[in-house]
Design a protein around this ligand. Structure first.
Ligand code: CAA
Ligand code: FAD
Length: 385
């Protein structure tokens, strides 16, 4: 567990979870990180191990096979996994903070009884909102759903869908009545065997073990009982859940920054040049001190947003601030960490360069940095006018 965890407001249960996820990440994930990155492949034994560790139903009730823990616990797990591998972290993040949370928040009792145990025990989930022509402008999505008897028939193409190569369960946002604009967007739950086709798997700069695919729905038939939250409620479900999910991405970026820091700093205290450890030259030491401050600030923003959400306080602005800032810190710290380690940092052997490649995504998914700024700006304008 990190030397930098100065926030001491965690419960004993949360602290124990942090320690057990950190141990799990070191023992089970760390040996596979480089191979998975180079082969752009998620090892299926890691997915299985996440289920076995109870990390795929963190907030899900015990009745539904989950760990019945707090939102902050989910954030802690995402952070600890990201210290070791941001790809595994985002897989767990999407599954918990997006997919499980939609069902826990908006599912009927029947839907929760049916889907939550599967999602807690063995079936990976994905969240299908974005399309080629609708990323930031997510509500302009073109996937359509038409009623046919007791079913809905979906046609369209989703792009950039995390986890989708390995997933069995898909939350899909489609418009049932485009004449109503975004108020026609509806959330459906589907399984792969209903006929979801993977059209393309992306090759990426970073988080290369995390799958990102284009999915085709070609007359995908979904029973009417698989609508979550009611017709036309999908846009609100998507954005309300993303408001929370953004705290998860902040945690991923926080863990990433710390993982890079903890790899590079000990090296600089052991590597000598000009007769002294390079990390004791003021030029490096002050950079490291500043990075520690930035990581601490990202931590406080992230856990403040998490606690506000948990306490039922408004948290959208704080979540946007946390995601924006933590993703900037992740890029800055992981980039600097490469330089602190010199030539060694530039090789793939130490894994420091991978943190930097992985950090770029933080400013893009679950709303780009400009979308976070826009969200914060809207709140400021309301507050000050
Ligand atoms: N919270 C709650 N409601 C919000 C909201 C927010 N942050 N932002 C907008 N809304 C609501 C508005 O209140 C309005 O609803 P009503 O009509 O019921 O009042 C409705 O949304 C439309 O509002 P706007 O016209 O202001 O919004 P817009 O159409 O300009 O943009 C948006 C809205 C699409 C949500 C945009 O702000 C946004 O967040 N874009 C980014 C999309 C995104 O995050 N995608 C992530 C995909 S999943 C993913 O990326 C997972 C992963 O990688 C791991
Ligand atoms: P665009 O929206 O085209 O943005 C391009 C640029 O324009 C950005 O810099 C943006 O900030 C800027 N811009 C756009 N609008 C404005 C504005 N109004 N003001 C100022 N600047 C603006 N989506 C899912 O639904 N599910 C997933 O699981 C998922 N996983 C992903 C995983 C990866 C690896 C990637 C790359 C993406 C994933 N996404 C997923 C999609 C992701 O959420 C979108 O890529 C993101 O929302 C940005 O959309 P875009 O790529 O179309 O960029």
């Amino acid at each position: 567990v990190s030397q930098l965890n100065s926030l001491d407001t965690f419960t004993e249960e949360e602290q124990m979870l942090r320690e057990s996820v950190a141990r799990f990440a070191q023992e089970v994930i760390a040996p596979k990180v480089r191979e998975m990155d180079e082969n752009e492949h998620m090892d299926p034994t890691i997915i299985q191990a996440l289920f076995e560790q109870g990390l795929m139903g963190i907030e899900t009730s015990a009745d539904h096979g989950g760990a019945e823990s707090s939102f902050t616990s989910a954030i802690i797990a995402i952070e600890e996994l990201a210290k070791v591998d941001p790809s595994v972290s985002v897989m767990c993040d999407v599954h918990n903070t997006l997919v499980n949370t939609v069902l826990r928040t908006y599912g009927t009792k029947e839907q929760q009884d049916k889907w939550l145990p599967l999602l807690a025990e063995s079936k990976l989930g994905s969240f299908c909102l974005s399309e080629a022509a609708s990323g930031s402008d997510a509500f302009a999505l073109q996937t359509r759903a038409k009623k046919d008897g007791d079913d809905w028939v979906l046609n369209g193409t989703k792009m950039w869908i995390t986890n989708s190569y390995e997933a069995d369960i898909f939350l899909i946002f489609a418009n049932v009545d485009p004449s109503k604009g975004y108020k026609g967007i509806t959330c459906f739950i589907a399984t792969k065997d209903m006929g979801i086709q993977i059209a393309k798997k992306e090759q990426k700069l970073g988080i290369r073990a995390s799958s990102t695919c284009t999915l085709n729905f070609d007359d995908l038939r979904i029973p009417a009982e698989n609508i979550i939250g009611g017709e036309g409620k999908g846009y609100k479900i998507a954005i309300e859940i993303l408001n929370e999910g953004r705290i998860g991405i902040a945690a991923q970026m926080l863990g990433l920054a710390q993982g890079a820091f903890e790899k590079a700093v000990p090296y600089t205290l052991q590597r000598t040049q000009f007769g002294q450890p390079v990390g004791t030259f003021q030029g490096l030491a002050f950079q490291q001190a500043r990075a520690a401050v930035e990581i601490e600030a990202a931590r406080l923003l992230t856990y403040n947003a998490a606690r506000r959400k948990e306490e039922g306080m408004p948290f959208t602005k704080e979540a946007a601030m946390a995601k924006l800032y933590a993703s900037e810190v992740a890029q800055r710290v992981s980039g600097a960490a490469i330089e602190w380690a010199g030539g060694v940092g530039f090789t793939r052997e130490t894994g420091i360069e991978k943190y930097w490649r992985d950090s770029k995504i933080g400013a893009i998914y679950e709303g780009t940095s400009n979308i976070q700024l826009q969200t914060i700006a809207k709140y400021l304008q309301k507050q000050y006018s």
